[in-house]
Design a protein around this ligand. Structure first.
Ligand SMILES: Cc1cc2nc3c(=O)[nH]c(=O)nc-3n(C[C@H](O)[C@H](O)[C@H](O)COP(=O)(O)OP(=O)(O)OC[C@H]3O[C@@H](n4cnc5c(N)ncnc54)[C@H](O)[C@@H]3O)c2cc1C
Length: 425
């Protein structure tokens, strides 16, 4: 008699889902991947090469820190990562400079952080230790990092987690995959297909029910799939919209204790790299540009010479732009650049060759960009990964216990750990 193979249903073909599916299929399981969209990748979203001249990333773009799982995948795929290089420019009162205005006070921030014994929110930290007028620059800089980098709400973000991120010792810098995240995605998808994973796109899962002999997964279009185990990798805010077995209510409630922030990412391609020919500065080495403009952070593709500027607005300030459509967001970006570089917006508009804007809070299958740690996050992760033998396991970037929650590495590592747990059962 043929041996029965466990059938594992993975919901979501993002980094976590693909990684889990590949591992499970390699371990001999039958795997079905149900994906709401028509594409794989989720919050990894490479665009067509024709728009920007390369496969620009509308979602994840950088590798943060050592990222061992990502690095292993790159090596097996024959891909490489290039450490980012280039200058970080700052704009203060209309003046461009390589000097970070808050540099002098950063040392003080680190000294204070080193003495903190009980976790507190970033807002509480600033109120308690840096309330004075003399710290206005430092406060702006800390809020800029917390909101801009971690997409976090300072009223909820954990100082312990940020201390680990900022001062946690050697961690490797940032890098970009040569050719973009699309190539890593292509590799993972090809690996899944080669191992027999079956993909069902446009499968919007709405309900999961435990039955006596497994699990039934129902989709919005009426299709249903029966499996032995389900791995759910949807972004955590989407869990509440699913009808899940009542035994999972504690987990769904715990998900609210993990922060989840938004990002608006703008990609503007110009006819030429006009910013390299500013009258007073040579910006040809510019990688990042940090300002207090409405779209405060911009970066280039340096050392590549694509005439593309990427704008970045993250965290609670993105809420101010919720009513804007894509065209209006692009105009907001152009106006921000015009202010930073003291150039007429009409000139920039004439130079514009292609543009896209992505407000990730409006993406129905992401509802935001990525997770961050609150004071209650570690406890919530314990509840969410309490795999008590039940048939539904939750996985994804939010469940990563390491320092870089919210990243592609976090998603890959979480997917891998979940799959290995299922294989070991
Ligand atoms: C703008 C932006 C920039 C970023 N930059 C970086 C960066 O530079 N570096 C970095 O490391 N990380 C970055 N990230 C974060 C990174 O992209 C994510 O942490 C990671 O990709 C999440 O992977 P995941 O598999 O956990 O979730 P997802 O990628 O969200 O995958 C979940 C999948 O589930 C699907 N799904 C949702 N609901 C359903 C449903 N009901 N039924 C079926 N399928 C469903 C979704 O369509 C999606 O494909 C960025 C994210 C954004 C948005």
């Amino acid at each position: 008699m043929a041996e029965k193979r466990d059938h594992i249903i993975v919901v979501g073909a993002g980094a976590a889902g693909l990684m889990a599916a590949r591992e499970l299929a390699s371990g001999g399981r039958k795997v079905t991947l149900l994906e709401a969209r028509e594409r794989c990748g989720g919050r990894i979203h490479p665009l067509a090469e024709s728009t920007f001249g390369y496969r620009a990333d509308a979602g994840a773009e950088f590798i943060h820190g050592e990222a061992p799982v990502t690095t292993r995948l790159l090596a097996e795929a024959g891909l490489s990562a290039q450490p980012i290089e280039g200058e970080r420019w700052h704009v203060e009162n209309g003046v461009l400079s390589r000097r970070d205005p808050a540099d002098r006070q950063m040392e003080l921030l680190h000294r204070v952080l080193a003495t903190i014994e009980q976790d507190l929110t970033v807002t509480a930290l600033l109120d308690r230790h840096f309330a004075g007028q003399e710290f206005a620059g430092l406060r702006a800089s800390v809020l800029g990092m917390v909101q801009g980098y971690d997409a976090a709400d300072p009223d909820r973000a954990s100082v312990f987690a940020l201390r680990e991120e900022w001062m946690g010792g050697e961690r490797g810098g940032q890098a970009r995959i040569v050719g973009g995240y699309g190539l890593l995605l292509d590799h993972l998808v090809a690996e899944c297909r080669a191992r027999g994973v079956s993909f069902a796109f446009q499968s919007v899962v709405t309900a999961i029910e435990s039955t006596d002999d497994g699990v039934d997964v129902r989709c919005a279009d009426g299709r249903a799939h029966r499996g032995d185990v389900v791995i759910l990798t949807v972004p955590l805010p989407l869990l509440r919209g699913l009808a899940l077995p009542s035994s999972m209510h504690r987990q769904v409630a715990a998900a609210a204790d993990i922060g989840y922030g938004n990002v608006i990412k703008l990609l503007l391609r110009f006819e030429r790299r006009w910013w390299t020919a500013m009258p007073d500065h040579d910006l040809s080495d510019m990688l990042f540009l940090l300002s207090n403009a409405e779209v405060p952070v911009w970066w280039t593709q340096h050392p590549r010479d694509d005439a593309v500027l990427t704008g970045w607005l993250a965290g609670p300030p993105t809420g101010r732009f919720a009513a804007l459509d894509e065209t209006m967001l692009i105009e907001t970006g152009l106006a921000a650049l015009a202010g930073i570089f003291a150039k007429p917006v009409t000139v920039l508009r004439q130079e514009l060759a292609a543009a896209r804007a992505f407000d990730w809070s409006k993406d129905p299958f992401a509802r935001g960009a990525y997770s961050y740690a609150t004071l209650a996050t570690r406890g919530a992760q314990d509840v969410l990964t309490d795999w008590d033998g039940g048939p539904v396991l939750i996985s994804g970037e939010a469940l990563y216990r390491g320092r870089d929650i919210g990243t592609v590495e976090a998603a890959l590592a979480s997917g891998l750990a979940t799959a290995r747990h299922v294989l070991a059962r």
